[in-house]
Design a protein around this ligand. Structure first.
Ligand SMILES: Nc1ncnc2c1ncn2[C@@H]1O[C@H](COP(=O)(O)OP(=O)(O)OP(=O)(O)O)[C@@H](O)[C@H]1O
Ligand SMILES: [Mg+2]
Length: 214
């Protein structure tokens, strides 16, 4: 039927929770089921804004805290035309981090409120499903050392985890928490079940706006 859109599915969670692994697995599985599906990730480091972010994350440049927050948001906004085009053409997008990462990270810095951090992302396409891959810092650490990028310390990651918990209290979003300490296969099966249901549910609904009362 004409006009059926794809679903916007976001995977969030701490470093090493398994987001990138699960985005790849889910895209493959959806395609195997005959759906159109593509992966996407934020930050997307290939644009001009993305390159500034990449250099910041690799500690090759310093950018003032508010400014980098706005650049992360701008990196999502610059992809909104593409996101809408894909969804409207029936492609389900599986996204590796989205506004929730942006807010959880900046609001873990001194003197940043959750409220301020959310504002630049208000009105982005609203995910139909946000999967939170839940893992303790200890279990995540067993998957390899934190890298050398900015934010990759266990103290900062604990603050980020707390901010995610606050964001998950927002019942206007379809948050689903999955135990990410399970095997890759078990986590995948859980995400696949949730995603197949949401692809069916979302296809006749308009694309919503993130953090906007409807
Ligand atoms: N369920 C799992 N059990 C054991 N190891 C896992 C599991 N999921 C992923 N891994 C492994 O943990 C490592 C991190 O996984 P992945 O890169 O998918 O995490 P991520 O959430 O994308 O991390 P980052 O936030 O750093 O990008 C990889 O080596 C991956 O193979
Ligand atoms: Mg990753």
């Amino acid at each position: 039927m004409a006009g059926r859109r794809g679903a916007l599915i976001v995977l969030e969670g701490a470093d090493r929770a398994g987001k990138s692994t699960q985005v790849r697995r889910l895209v493959e599985a959806l395609k195997d089921q005959g759906y159109q599906a593509e992966g996407m990730r934020f930050p997307e480091r290939t644009t001009e804004i993305g390159r500034l972010i990449g250099s910041y994350l690799e500690n090759k440049s310093n950018i003032e805290d508010h400014t980098i927050h706005l650049l992360f948001s701008a990196n999502r906004w610059e992809h909104v035309p593409l996101i809408k085009e894909k969804l409207r053409s029936g492609v389900t997008l599986v996204v590796d981090r989205y506004a929730f990462s942006g807010v959880a990270f900046t609001s873990s810095k001194e003197n940043f409120s959750l409220h301020w951090c959310k504002q630049p992302d208000v009105g982005l396409p609203k995910p139909d499903l946000v999967v939170f891959l839940n893992i303790t810092p200890e279990a995540a650490a067993k998957r390899g050392d934190y890298g050398n990028e900015r934010y990759e310390t266990s103290a900062f990651q604990k603050k980020v985890q707390k901010r995610y918990t606050e964001l998950m209290e927002d019942k206007s979003l379809n948050w689903k928490v999955i135990d990410a300490a399970q095997s890759i296969e078990d986590v995948h099966n859980a995400i696949k079940r949730l995603s197949e249901a949401i692809v069916t549910e979302a296809r006749d609904q308009p694309i919503g706006k993130l953090w906007v009362e409807d």
